[in-house]
Design a protein around this ligand. Structure first.
Ligand code: NAD
Length: 435
């Protein structure tokens, strides 16, 4: 099978490289010439462990190529659609322009027997509409909706060893299903569950999973608010309830909340779509999930103000962590970057650092001061804020840092530090949801 992957962003580039690793011949197509140039030179346009090695392997073997020319899809039989579905400007709904444009472009080259595989996260009902577009233009081509569940930072491992595969199909797609099974043969042979369902269920599986994860995070953050009001400790509470296997400890880390290019926009698009379908009441709780999440950013800024003696004006604040989560350089809707920018707007002078996300952050907020090293960031700081739980921040030595700062104030925005250790070295330690 010769495969095309249309859209070579985070999802598409990783998918293309992984499919080549599995032995398939793959061509990645994107409208962004800079991205294609970079990928063709073996440079991933984002930080993702294992991607450089996989890219090099694919390019060296010639199984993996990249182009901006959609005409190349005429030489492929299976086409994965992996373009972005961002939030519409000023609205909650998903912007489907890129998906529609990519498909329209692809339709010009589609042949009988071709399979189009949708991987982007789309509102329920989209696949049915796209499938009709395909049938009108090329009745012998088939659409399968195959949502993607990869986690940034583990994207390669998740693509090669998915938890599950979901195929949304129409009746009469048996041959296409067999072909897609062949492409995912390695994972299926290892026993990866495969759920064969209709378009609507496949689309909903993805957004329901994200809504559940967002709810779990906001649940523990709501508990953190009650802990703050009552003097309780949310970390111990999370450990204690997490031992119940019905609850589980994962995704119960109270802190600055979720962000990134998926969760926030996906729950908003889900609410918007439910509204269009007349089922808005079913998802009103997601509005609260979103509000709790956003309140954590405001509360983190309050903590900074408190440790700085009631005002941020003229205070020097070291922000450690800018990516929306560790092992990523992605700053799309990053809570850490949003807090850093707010601190600056409220009169603090912010010096921010991150092991991988400085360049992306500087593009969004050039007015912040950035440095590559923790030492430079914390020098003469009135407060140090840990906003992304990179391992190197968890491993920081409170005694070494103590000699560099102006005042030993630390705000642990991710509940990732050991308060006893920091307090023992004379630091004022504050965290969300802990006394
Ligand atoms: P991204 O913004 O990193 O990449 C999207 C790419 O599509 C860009 O490179 C853009 O240039 C390209 N593109 C846009 N229009 C195009 C067109 N007409 N033809 C060819 N290329 C085009 O986005 P992403 O993070 O890779 O997400 C893509 C989709 O996957 C979204 O729907 C997202 O919700 C979903 N998803 C993302 C992740 C993740 O962790 N990033 C995980 C699961 C699902």
């Amino acid at each position: 099978m010769r495969i095309s992957v249309i859209g070579c962003g985070y999802l598409g580039a990783v998918h293309a490289a992984c499919m080549a690793h599995l032995g398939h011949e793959v061509v990645g197509v994107d409208v962004n010439a800079g991205k294609i140039e970079s990928l063709s030179a073996g440079l991933a346009p984002f930080f993702e462990p294992d991607m450089p090695a996989l890219l090099a392997e694919g390019l060296d073997s010639s199984r993996l190529t990249f182009t901006t020319d959609m005409a190349i899809t005429a030489t492929c039989n299976v086409h994965f659609i992996a373009v972005g579905t961002p939030q519409k400007k000023g609205e909650n709904g998903a912007d489907l322009r890129f998906v529609e444009a990519a498909l329209e472009d692809l339709l010009r080259y589609l042949k009988p027997g071709d399979i189009v595989v949708g991987k982007s996260t789309v509102p329920v009902g989209t696949a049915e509409r796209l499938s009709a577009m395909i049938r009108t233009n090329m009745p012998d081509a088939t659409l399968i909706w195959n949502p993607e569940f990869l986690r940034e930072g583990f994207a390669v491992a998740d693509t090669l060893n998915p938890d599950r595969l979901v195929y949304g199909t129409r009746t009469g797609s048996e041959t296409a299903v067999e072909i897609l099974d062949g492409i995912y043969g390695a994972a299926l042979e290892r026993g990866t569950p495969r759920i064969l369902t209709d378009f609507a269920t496949a689309e909903l599986v993805k957004v329901a999973a994200n809504a559940f994860l967002a709810t779990k995070i906001s649940f523990i953050n709501a508990m953190a608010e009650v802990c703050e009001a009552s003097g309780a400790d949310v970390s111990q509470l999370a450990d204690a309830i997490g031992y119940d296997p019905r609850i589980g400890r994962k995704f119960l880390n109270a802190g600055l909340g979720f962000g990134g290019g998926c969760l926030p926009k996906d729950i908003r698009a889900f609410m918007a779509r439910a509204g269009e379908l007349g089922a808005d009441q079913a998802l009103t709780f997601l509005r609260e999930v979103d509000s709790i999440n956003m309140r954590r950013r405001a509360r983190t800024i309050d903590l900074a103000r408190e440790v700085c003696g009631g005002t941020l004006l003229g205070k020097r604040i070291a922000v450690l962590g800018l990516a929306f989560k560790p092992n990523s350089d992605d700053v799309r809707d990053s809570p850490a970057l949003s807090v850093a920018a707010q601190l600056q707007l409220q009169g603090a002078s912010v010096v921010a650092s991150d092991p991988k996300a400085v360049a992306n952050s500087a593009k969004r907020f050039p007015e912040l001061e950035f440095t590559e090293t923790v030492i430079e960031a914390v020098k003469r700081a009135d407060a140090v804020m840990v906003l992304t739980e990179w391992q190197e921040y968890i491993d920081l030595s409170p005694s070494e840092l103590r000699g560099l700062v102006a005042s030993p104030n630390i705000v642990d925005g991710r509940n990732c530090l050991d308060p006893t250790k920091w307090r023992a070295e004379g630091w004022i330690y504050r965290a969300l949801g802990r006394p």
